[in-house]
Each structure stands twice: as structure tokens, then as C-alpha cells.
Design a binder for this molecule. Structure first.
Ligand code: ADP
Ligand code: AMP
Length: 215
């Protein structure tokens, strides 16, 4: 089973992914997390990706598709995976369709989480992320029990460099121009399901669970 989480930055994909992987026993693949780890480690991939990420631009397709293909080929993905932040361009989606037969799987559902733009800005600029386990919090909407400390692992929380107001604005623009065409692409494949992401975290989760239980 392959599920894709689609939606603008800040829509709540990572927040919902945590709940989905637990409930449906899927392997979680978030290209943003993989790229941030590469940047932190200073690997060749990280050095190439950094300049794009800092500016809120997409990392070139050829770098990203290799990562996803290799990860999907790993044995733990045999029972299914949840993709977050990939594909982000139509070319990436076409690439994904080409590699799926090799692992005998298909895209079962694309969950499009829709959120109003003002709310996205509020969510992104208030987001705090755990430097150790990647869990995400929000200063107002999902505050940790202890200020700047991760509820799950006790790690320190930090603000992502690309969650500054200037970069957020750029990322939302990039989403509209380069990623939104995927809505039509997956509508055409008959697998798109729209989720109202303006609701509370638990209500969004309920809507997602109903969509996935139908599968
Ligand atoms: P994405 O992975 O789509 O970029 P996140 O899951 O990291 O988005 O969520 C962005 C921010 O918004 C985080 O700080 C998160 O705690 C908060 N958030 C997520 N879902 C909701 C929601 N339904 N209502 C309010 N805040 C939310
Ligand atoms: P995210 O954590 O999903 O918000 O991604 C953070 C940043 O990583 C994005 O702004 C891009 O620079 C880069 N990135 C993540 N996924 C992709 C992708 N599929 N294609 C290109 N760039 C990506």
C-alpha cells in the first residue's frame, strides 16, 4: 500500500503522518527529513541541497528521486509506505509511477490536506521541531508540556531556518507553481481525496482515518 500526503507547507502533513503510520503500520518517508539529515551530516547530497532549501526552493528532481527510489526498495517497505513531501513536481510523480512496478505496488490514495493561506503562515512561523526525533510542535496550537523540550524524547526544540516569514512566503509560492499541478494529475488517476486541514488536529485525523479505512 502506498499513501501520499499532499498539501502546502504547514498543512499538517508531518503531524498527521505520525498518527497514520502508527495506526496503519506504514513506513514513513519524508523527503524533507531525509534532506535535513543530509545537510546536518554535511554529506555530498546535503551540501548540494542546502542552498535550495535555505532559499525555500525545491531541490532538483534528479537528487530527490534517487533517494525515494532507494528507500522504497528497502525490505521494510514491503507492507507499504507513507510518502510526505514527495512527489512535489509532476516530473517526480511520473518518475514514481515508473518505479512502482519494480516493487509491485501502486499509489492507493493521495490525501490532499487543504488549509487557508493565512493559517499556513501562522502555523509555519510558530512551528518548533525536535532536533533529535523530528516531532513537530507549535507555540500556540500544539505547545510541548515543557517549553522547548520534546514531549516524546526530551530533545531540544528549534525553529527551522526555512520557517522565517520571508522563506515561508517563497515556499508557498513554490507550492502553487510547482506542486499544485499534482492535484489535477492525481485527480486524473482517480486516487485523490480532499481533507479539510483547517480543523483541529484530531478532527483532521478522524477525516483521514475514514478515508483510509475505506481502502
Ligand atoms: P507540514 O508537515 O505539512 O509542513 P506540520 O505537520 O509540521 O506541517 O504542521 C505545521 C505546524 O502547524 C506545526 O507547528 C504543527 O504543530 C501545527 N499544526 C498541524 N496541524 C494543525 C492543525 N490542524 N491545527 C493547528 N495547528 C496545526
Ligand atoms: P519539507 O520538510 O517537506 O517542508 O521540505 C523542506 C525542504 O526540502 C523544501 O522546501 C525543499 O527545499 C526540500 N524538499 C523536500 N522534499 C522535496 C521534494 N520532493 N522535491 C524537492 N525538494 C524537496
Amino acid at each position: 500500500m502506498l499513501i501520499i500526503l499532499l498539501g502546502p507547507p504547514g498543512a499538517g502533513k508531518g503531524t498527521q503522518a505520525e498518527k497514520i503510520v502508527e495506526k496503519f503500520s506504514l513506513v514513513y518517508i519524508a523527503t524533507g527529513d531525509i534532506l535535513r539529515k543530509a545537510v546536518k551530516e554535511g554529506s555530498t547530497l546535503g551540501r548540494k541541497a542546502r542552498e535550495y532549501m535555505d532559499q525555500g526552493q525545491l531541490v532538483p528532481d534528479n537528487l530527490v528521486v534517487e533517494i525515494v527510489r532507494d528507500r522504497l526498495m528497502e525490505p521494510d517497505c514491503v507492507n507499504g509506505a507513507l510518502l510526505d513531501g514527495f512527489p512535489r513536481t509532476v516530473d517526480q510523480a511520473v518518475f514514481l509511477e515508473q518505479v512502482l512496478p519494480d516493487i509491485e505496488t501502486q499509489v492507493d490514495r493521495v490525501l490532499l490536506i487543504e488549509v487557508d493561506e493565512n493559517e499556513l503562515i501562522e502555523r509555519l512561523t510558530g512551528r518548533r521541531v525536535c532536533g533529535d526525533c523530528g516531532a513537530s510542535f507549535h507555540v500556540k496550537y500544539k505547545p510541548p508540556r515543557v517549553r522547548n523540550v520534546c514531549d516524546q524524547c526530551g530533545g531540544d526544540l528549534y525553529q527551522r531556518d526555512d520557517d522565517s516569514l520571508a522563506t515561508v512566503t517563497e515556499r508557498l509560492e513554490v507550492y502553487k507553481n510547482q506542486t499544485e499541478p499534482l492535484v489535477e494529475f492525481y485527480e486524473g488517476r482517480g486516487v485523490l481525496e480532499k481533507i479539510d486541514g483547517n480543523q483541529d488536529i484530531d478532527d483532521v485525523s478522524d477525516q483521514i482515518n475514514s478515508a483510509l479505512e475505506k481502502l
